[in-house]
Design a protein. Structure first.
Length: 202
């Protein structure tokens, strides 16, 4: 599910502005203004830990397992932060779109359902030991290798074959539709004011 906002030039208010200004309305210039407002809101929202809806605090076990950032919900030093501070902006003749570059941004924005985590990657710890076996009257041992997830919790280091993760709670990274539209309207008002001032100075 994408995490982005798009403004389409087919909106009636924009068409009316074009009619009033004639050739003086530059769509791309206006869309660039909208994009800058959205980008600044996204940055401030990240730094504030949620403007419209404060982000929920981290679970104590999550804080214990973090290697950096302490109890901060999301830090400003990771790939997610970089993708939000410098989001992808696409401007065409009819649309402007702003979206985070990180492919996992939507997981934080919308949250996730509970899930089961199993050791699949090479980073999982593999323990090898001898398993006691009995075949008829003979008792012997055979090598067994099992993979474990290793992580730190508030109670210390944990080794587990599987982890029942409760899921991520939503931490909104993008503005609501109403807020995004309000910023687009403010950008339009500023654009019109500048256009009128420039016309008067000619």
């Amino acid at each position: 599910m994408p995490t982005s906002w798009r403004l389409t030039f087919e909106d009636r208010p924009l068409q009316e502005v074009v009619t009033r200004l004639g050739g003086r309305f530059q769509r791309r210039d206006y869309f660039a203004r909208v994009a800058e407002r959205w980008k600044e809101w996204i940055r401030q929202n990240f730094l504030a830990g949620g403007i419209e809806q404060p982000w929920p605090a981290l679970d104590p076990d999550t804080v214990a397992g973090k290697t950096r950032g302490g109890s901060a919900t999301l830090t400003g030093r990771g790939a997610l932060a970089r993708s939000l501070f410098n989001p992808a902006v696409t401007i065409t003749e009819n649309t402007v779109t702003v979206r985070p570059r990180a492919p996992h941004a939507h997981l934080h924005h919308f949250g996730t359902r509970p899930n089961v985590i199993t050791p699949k990657s090479q980073e999982a710890l593999t323990l090898r030991f001898q398993k006691r076996v009995q075949r008829g009257r003979a008792v012997g041992a055979e090598p067994v290798a099992r993979r474990f997830l290793v992580f730190r919790t508030a109670k210390g280091l944990v080794f587990a074959r599987t982890v029942h993760h409760p899921g991520l709670r939503p931490r909104r990274l993008m503005p609501t539709l109403a807020t995004a539209q309000a910023m687009a309207t403010d950008a339009l008002d500023a654009y019109l004011s500048d256009a009128v001032r420039d016309a008067e100075q000619r």
